[in-house]
Design a protein around this ligand. Structure first.
Ligand code: AMP
Ligand code: MN
Ligand code: MN
Ligand code: MN
Length: 286
């Protein structure tokens, strides 16, 4: 059973078209693939479900950017009804915040003599503008040396051109995802740079707000970190999720379906044992 429940296409900051992501997942023996673009579900509508092999299950999903105590936290929803009006209203708002943030970055870039960001972004196929796109623009223009350099010097907190977005609070995302019939999962908990005390508080508040799962195994997480995630999952009675967070074939440490098995501590709380597990009842209207 290989369930990759976190992946991106070019409708957000991934490199691949949805059909190419699905082909890559099939080639990597993935049984369940959730496409979870940042703040958009547009990719799901482009896939011909009839063309998929019977033993392969596409799970509709999304990754919502949230703000918690001034820190950007990501909540993944899987098994959502992508026609749910309240969820799509939330996602439209998030997409607007992404555009406004890009415009604020553009203003700063213009003041420094670098024009053309918005034109560059408008030519991309994405529906949710990401700082990843802005980082690529900075690299193409020779302003940044690499993506890391772009985030460190220009786009990260205190970066020269950085701008913040007022993402929705975590409980708002959880309620919207659950209201759309989905399971809300705290994404990559160890990637927020939190102290252990703060991370423990985040996970317990997420559970209090009726989040149901957390990612325990994901690309390149070290075994000791994964064990720690498993203990947090257990302590907060959450379901354990797995996913690559695949973006781009260039990043070979983050490929579709490539992550460790859940540790034994979590085997009984694997997300595919959840009573609302969506894998077998996916339908996406055209
Ligand atoms: P955004 O969601 O638009 O704020 O962009 C954040 C995205 O940029 C993340 O989801 C990552 O895919 C990507 N990213 C890549 N490298 C970095 C980095 N060094 N720091 C922050 N984000 C990064
Ligand atoms: Mn991303
Ligand atoms: Mn994320
Ligand atoms: Mn992601």
């Amino acid at each position: 059973m290989l369930a990759d429940l976190h992946s991106h296409t070019y409708f957000s900051d991934g490199a691949l078209a949805p059909a190419d992501l699905v082909a890559r997942a099939l080639a990597n023996q993935v049984d369940f693939l959730a496409i979870t673009d940042h703040d958009t579900t547009a990719a799901l509508r482009t896939i011909d479900l009839e063309s998929l092999p019977e033993n392969f299950h596409l799970v509709p999903g999304v990754e919502v950017s949230c703000l918690w105590e001034g820190i950007e936290i990501h909540v993944v929803g899987i098994g959502i009804d992508i026609d749910n009006v309240a969820l799509q209203t939330l996602l439209s708002g998030q997409q607007a915040l992404r555009r406004e943030r890009a415009e604020a970055i553009d203003m700063r870039l213009q003041k420094a003599g670098h024009t053309g960001l918005m034109r560059y972004l408008d030519e991309l196929p994405c529906e949710a503008i990401s700082r990843n796109h802005v980082a690529q623009f900075l690299m193409d223009r020779g302003i940044a040396k690499s993506k890391d350099d772009a985030f460190k010097r220009f786009l990260g907190q205190r970066g020269k051109y950085s701008a913040e977005a007022q993402w929705c609070p975590i409980p708002v995302a959880v309620q919207a995802l659950r209201g759309a019939g989905g399971i809300a999962i705290l994404a990559h908990p160890n990637r927020y740079g939190l102290s252990n005390i703060k991370l423990r508080r985040l996970v317990s508040e997420f559970a209090l707000w009726q989040g149901e799962g957390m990612e325990v195994s994901f690309s390149n997480i070290a075994p000791d970190k994964m064990s720690y995630m498993a203990s947090l999952c257990e302590a907060n009675d959450l379901w354990a999720s797995t996913g690559s967070d695949f973006h781009d074939p260039k990043y070979q440490w983050m490929d579709v379906g490539r992550f460790r098995h859940l540790p034994a501590l979590c085997a009984q709380r694997a997300i595919w044992l959840h009573p609302g597990w969506p894998g077998h009842s996916v339908s996406i209207s055209p």
